[in-house]
Design a protein around this ligand. Structure first.
Ligand code: PRP
Length: 205
């Protein structure tokens, strides 16, 4: 029996469809409920906030998990990343007004829910920043003068477009990744490889 950490929310729906196509479904995937543990054939699924998937897998509460690369770059869990599921493609970007009004000698005010990604990105460019950690609706920050720019994910680009904001710099590409607990990959390797095989076939189907 494998314990599988799956993300809730937007990415979750795509992932459940992939698991379903791979013959790894369970009836509750598509039902309206508030359950957090779902029993499937040969696997138990935990439904988790995407930013917490890595910690469940790193600490072995789940053997494997699915999480966006954007979240992995932010949280850096100590796990193996085995497969790009090619779902939930988006990019991490710096965005803001077309010409942010920033003094080159002042720290750039950056609003984000990806503080580690933002810090690393600007450290690599020797740009001093003032980090403003937000939890959602990040695009609002430059609109109301809370920040100069944002570091956030762009999927369809609709949120930026509808708020007159633009991608200014690309930070990284993202898509859903299958991650594995390091010791589970030693002791449950055959079962995990079998699941990987089914997922790859389901995804090609
Ligand atoms: C994410 C992200 C952007 C938006 C991008 O927010 O933070 O705001 O999606 O998607 P788009 O390019 O397709 O418009 P999310 O919807 O997860 O909600 P949040 O603002 O509460 O973080």
């Amino acid at each position: 029996m494998l314990n599988v950490a799956l993300p809730k929310g937007r990415l979750g729906e795509k992932v459940y469809r992939l698991f379903d196509a791979a013959g790894l479904s369970c009836p509750d995937f598509f039902d309206d409920h508030r359950k957090l543990v779902l029993e499937g054939a040969g696997a138990r699924y935990f439904l988790i906030k995407p930013s917490d998937v890595g910690i469940y897998v790193e600490r072995g509460a789940a053997d494997i998990g699915v999480v966006g690369r954007d979240v992995l770059l932010e949280t850096e869990p100590d796990v193996y990343e085995l497969l790009d599921l090619k779902l939930g493609r988006c990019r991490l970007a710096v965005a803001g007004p077309a010409c942010p009004d920033v003094r080159p000698d002042a720290p750039l005010r950056v609003a984000t829910k990806y503080p580690n990604v933002a810090r690393r990105y600007y450290r690599g460019r020797n740009r001093e920043i003032e980090l403003i950690r937000l939890n959602g609706s990040i695009e609002l920050a430059p609109l109301v003068g809370l920040s100069d720019v944002i570091v956030d994910i762009v999927e369809t680009g609709t949120t930026l477009r509808e708020n007159n904001l633009h991608v200014l710099e690309e930070v990284a590409d993202s898509s859903a990744r299958l991650i594995v607990n390091k010791s589970a990959y030693k002791f449950k390797r055959d079962t995990i490889d079998e699941l990987l095989r089914k997922l790859t076939e389901g995804w090609e189907a």
